[in-house]
Design a protein around this ligand. Structure first.
Ligand code: HEM
Length: 580
């Protein structure tokens, strides 16, 4: 006997066969309705009692506030401030909700835990098996940056990190000093030769750092200082990828939004012009990277143990790889992936940080004079030369890392604290976890918790900028640039056990920035070279603010033709026996 249910089933099947597109569309609508409307009801958030701002929009969540900014009126003084810029809205929520953990409302009812409590952060950063990059984020990064260590977790990460670590040790960085110095001197010579007193350090530092990462990273001459960012095939390709990655039209936003909701890997499908461009240029980068790896392998084998004059990171990586056991080795393609990774992770980050350091020095002439005096004493004592005679090429690794120059370390730490190139880092819990809290969190029902239970599948943001501005850790004047604070930090700072360099801009734990010492060394060399030859001051009337591109970059807000990336400063040439 045929039941009516079976008849309905038959009818449905034949309708589906007759209307495949309509069926797919119906399924899609049902799925989206479930995800957006039913799921939040069936599985309510486990974080309902945690502090959170009032949701600004169901569709866009608090992302709309981040995009537009929000005006805040101080209840005690009545002063109105516009909260906008990278990491500013979340920092503001943490400060006004007085909490190291709060729920950040995401589009379509989603939510992320924004965390700035140091104990919780340290626990997340040290447990990279539980807290990994979510699939959408790692697919996007892999699409833009290639197949490098940044998107690796678990055993694949441990293997790559072990092989890469020797290249970043101080012993090896010593051998890279001539590269840092060569480009620092070249940059200063070029600035000296240009007309006028207005210098865009943003542009100069970008091309200089590109040259440094090319040669020190993988023995490749990007010729950027000489010919501009597109001075070589590799740097030109890299810049095209970067540019395409920040082109954010409405079509791409919808594509990413739908990928996030339905199938994260779809975010790299060639559905937008930007994605098609990235795909095309990545093929060029792949080809060049593979030929760099082949050449590095050939010369490592030819030069033998001491690598001859090949001191770049890639040659050392190739060497570690060749001597690793069979199961421990990276493939050539994985090694090639690190080239794009070094460029992506290691050139703009150092360039913008050096720009910001000069920005702060240009606005704090006493600090600038104090630093120049200290540099003068150090080079007199250690090198027997005056500032006038100094060229960066005279500096050894131990000179820039000596105790007497600790003030420069503090200036860089203070710069990175206030202007982290990466203001937040998202992770997803792969299993339930319990995080310790340094400061208990007050729940909405009046209770307080000293441990945070994070459920599997939850997204968390490592609130780098928020914790870097925490007054309990850095003092009441945490919003100010005051490098001296690192000589006398509050006790809470020691109790919090922050990662190396005493702030979170290089994050921490097994996935902390492997290039932090490399970056600090090159930035020190560049700053010493600049300060020996130029006094820097603010270019009158210009408002320079942090702006989110792929990383956070300085931008002139009131440039004549609209906001423009850069760090224009005024220079006064100091007496100097130039290296020209
Ligand atoms: C001021 C300069 C720099 C800052 C602020 C910085 C910051 C960071 C941050 C926040 C991460 C974590 C990213 C994530 O987990 O998604 C990271 C990772 C990384 N950085 Fe840096 N970075 C800097 C310079 C450099 C340089 C110069 C290099 C290479 C020469 C480099 C190579 C890397 C690599 C390879 C990783 C991935 C490490 C891993 O996954 O184990 N960075 N960096």
């Amino acid at each position: 006997m045929v039941t009516s249910a079976a008849l309905n089933h038959e009818a449905l099947l034949s309708w589906t066969r007759a209307h495949p597109f309509a069926s797919l569309f119906t399924l899609l609508v049902l799925y989206i309705t479930y995800k957006l409307a039913l799921r939040p009801i069936l599985f309510p958030s486990p974080y309902l009692l945690l502090p959170r701002p009032v949701r600004a929009s169901y569709i866009l969540g608090q992302r709309v506030v981040e995009a537009k900014g929000s005006t805040f009126t101080d209840p005690t003084t009545g002063t109105r401030t516009l909260i906008s810029g990278p990491g500013e809205v979340t920092k503001h929520y943490a400060q006004t909700l007085h909490t190291g953990v709060f729920v950040f409302p995401e589009p379509f009812g989603g939510e992320t835990l924004h965390i700035s409590d140091p104990y919780a952060l340290n626990a997340i950063l040290s447990d990279i098996d539980t807290f990994q990059s979510d699939l959408l984020r790692s697919t996007i990064i892999e699409f833009i940056v290639g197949n490098g260590i940044v998107t690796r977790y678990g055993d694949a990460h441990r293997k790559q990190r072990r092989l890469m670590a020797p290249a970043f040790t101080p012993a090896h960085l010593k051998g890279l000093m001539p590269v840092f110095a060569k480009y620092a001197d070249r940059m200063c010579d070029k600035i000296d030769r240009q007309d006028g007193e207005r210098v865009d350090f943003g542009e100069y530092l970008d091309v200089t750092m590109l040259d440094i990462i090319g040669l020190a990273g993988f023995g490749y001459d990007c010729r950027a200082l000489e010919r501009g960012r597109d001075g070589s095939e590799l740097s030109s390709a890299f810049n095209s990828v970067n540019q395409a990655a920040i082109d954010f039209g409405i079509g791409r936003a919808i594509h990413l939004g739908l990928s996030a909701m339905l199938y994260p890997k779809a975010c790299k499908w060639p559905l937008s012009e930007a994605n098609r461009r990235i795909e095309k240029v990545n093929r060029v980068m792949d080809r060049i990277s593979m030929s760099i790896v082949k050449e590095a392998k050939r010369s490592v084998v030819a030069e033998g143990e001491d690598l001859g004059d090949k001191k770049d990171l890639l040659s050392l990586l190739v060497k570690s790889n060749l001597s690793a056991g069979a199961g421990e080795r990276m493939t050539d393609r994985e090694i090639a992936g690190q080239i794009q990774t070094f460029m992506f992770a290691g050139y703009e980050t150092s360039s913008v940080t050096t720009s910001w350091a000069l920005y702060f020095l240009s606005r704090h002439s006493t600090i600038q004079s104090k630093l120049r005096r200290i540099i003068e004493e150090v080079v007199k004592d250690r090198k027997g030369v005056s500032l006038e005679e100094l060229s960066a090429g005279m500096l050894d690794y131990d000179d820039v890392w000596c105790d007497e120059l600790r003030y420069l370390d503090h200036i860089l730490a203070e710069t990175l604290r206030l202007c982290p190139p990466v203001p937040g880092n998202d992770r997803e819990a792969t299993s339930d976890a319990v995080l310790p809290l340094m400061t208990p969190v007050q729940l909405k029902d009046g209770r307080s918790i000293d441990k945070l239970v994070v459920k599997k599948g939850s997204r968390v943001t490592i609130g780098i900028k928020t914790v870097n501005y925490d007054r309990r850790l850095f003092g009441e004047d945490a919003n100010e640039f005051r490098p001296e604070r690192f000589e006398d930090l509050p006790q809470a700072h020691a109790d919090a056990k922050l990662p190396p360099y005493a702030m979170y801009s290089f994050v921490g734990g097994p996935k902390s920035c492997i290039g932090s010492k490399f970056a600090l060394t090159e930035m020190k060399v560049l700053l010493i070279a600049v300060l020996a030859r130029f006094e820097v001051s603010a270019e009158p009337g210009l408002e320079i603010r942090q702006h989110q591109a792929l990383i956070v970059r300085p931008r002139v807000e009131n440039a004549t033709d609209g906001p423009a990336a850069g760090m224009p400063l005024r220079i006064k040439r100091l007496p100097h026996k130039t290296t020209l």
